[in-house]
Ligand binder design. Structure first.
Ligand code: NAP
Length: 154
């Protein structure tokens, strides 16, 4: 997972970006996750790898502000793809309700075309409220909540 989510993404950016900068044109859209904002007990490496994707993408985007090259990171919530079954997360409370993959990918594409830094997409109203309170909530409570949401219930 580290090879795919971190190493491959970094390597691809390294390989394409110099040419983008040379011609002063180009857009990168990296796929993170709302998992980037919180540690994820029972999916520890996945959540940590997505924190890397967000941090790396935002930092590179800032380094490029004097150019016409932009980097956008898409941060989806639970989305209806093969991912739920592959990761086993479809058996957790987090995947009780999933967003449409069409809507999430469209949000990402539009954010990239507008050169936005980041785009959160596919959260329910309740999840949006929860995410807004993350910075204000004691970390022990967040860890407990995420752990319980990640437990297999089906
Ligand atoms: N779905 C969600 O709820 C959700 C939420 C947040 C973030 N994301 C992120 O969205 C991205 C796309 O996932 P998805 O939801 O579209 O899941 P998906 O339907 O399972 O698609 C995953 C894709 O990754 C490819 N892949 C898997 N392992 C690979 C490897 N070792 N090397 C190269 N390609 C590999 C798969 O290729 P094959 O089909 O050839 O195996 C497939 O095309 C991922 O970065 C995921 O972390 C998804």
């Amino acid at each position: 997972m580290i090879d795919l989510n971190i190493k491959a993404l970094t390597e691809l950016t390294r390989r394409f970006l110099p040419d983008f900068v040379k011609r002063n044109h180009g857009k990168i859209l990296n796929v993170g996750s709302t998992a980037a904002f919180i540690p994820g007990p029972l999916q520890a490496v996945y959540y940590a790898s997505k924190a890397y994707v967000r941090s790396f993408s935002l930092a590179i985007a800032s380094e490029l502000t004097d150019t016409n090259v932009t980097v956008t990171v898409l941060l989806p919530g639970a989305t209806n793809t093969e991912f739920g079954a592959t990761s086993g997360m479809d058996k957790t409370a987090l995947f009780n309700k999933t967003a449409s993959s069409m809507k999430v990918s469209q949000d990402g594409y539009e954010a990239m075309m507008q050169g936005k830094l980041e785009k959160i997409s596919g959260l329910t109203f309740g999840q949006k409220i929860m995410m807004a309170f993350v910075p204000l909530t004691p970390i022990k409570i967040i860890l407990k909540q995420v752990k319980s949401m990640q437990k297999t219930i089906k």
